[in-house]
Design a protein. Structure first.
Length: 187
């Protein structure tokens, strides 16, 4: 579980406000002996337990309201771990242009992109349909098939000397997703 806005959790300190108000909201009135008030004092003592319970319940409701607001503001999320999802049209755009041959952190950028593409293929279920579009091969076909075929195609992808055309690759991906007639699509 994580939070999209974890800094908002600091607002949880606002829980102390209703608690402090509750503790300092004491009625210490002067005591005056007045014969007509003896009946009222006896009645107040009888109902004091009920009143204290209601005040405590109200305090708990206020604290809960503040905590719920803080939790909602922090925007919690749960990372999905292989749950069931609708069949999805997944289109992988792999940039194999000359620029993906750069070395970053001891590895080629294309190797890092290939690793991401392979993880996406592994996450797909049997009902998903996957396509691979290579941006460095603008006129090349969109590769589809079994997961094994796609893994092989990703592993066989190498840097080309062509200019990567990500815009046309994205346009092709949008057309493939629209034509798939599957309930969900990822590019």
């Amino acid at each position: 579980m994580g939070f999209l806005s974890p800094i908002f959790l600091l607002a949880g300190l606002a829980v102390a406000v209703p608690l402090i108000l509750h503790l300092f909201h004491r009625h210490d009135a002067k005591r005056m002996v007045f014969p007509a008030l003896q009946y009222l004092l006896r009645t107040e003592k009888e109902h004091a337990r009920t009143i204290r319970f209601r005040q405590l319940l109200l305090l708990l409701l206020r604290i809960t309201a503040v905590l719920l607001l803080v939790g909602a503001g922090a925007r919690p999320f749960v990372r999905g771990g292989g749950g069931v999802h609708d069949p999805t049209a997944t289109i992988l755009i792999l940039d194999n242009s000359m620029s993906s041959g750069l070395i970053r952190g001891g590895a080629r950028v294309l190797d890092l992109l290939n690793a991401v593409a392979l993880r996406s293929i592994e996450r797909a279920s049997d009902e998903d349909r996957i396509w691979l579009i290579r941006a460095g091969e603008p006129g090349g076909p969109a590769i589809t098939g079994s997961r094994a075929d796609l893994r092989a195609a990703v592993s066989a992808t190498d840097v080309t000397d062509a200019r990567g055309d990500l815009r046309s690759a994205l346009e092709r991906a949008v057309l493939l997703a629209a034509g798939s007639r599957l309930p969900a699509a990822e590019i």
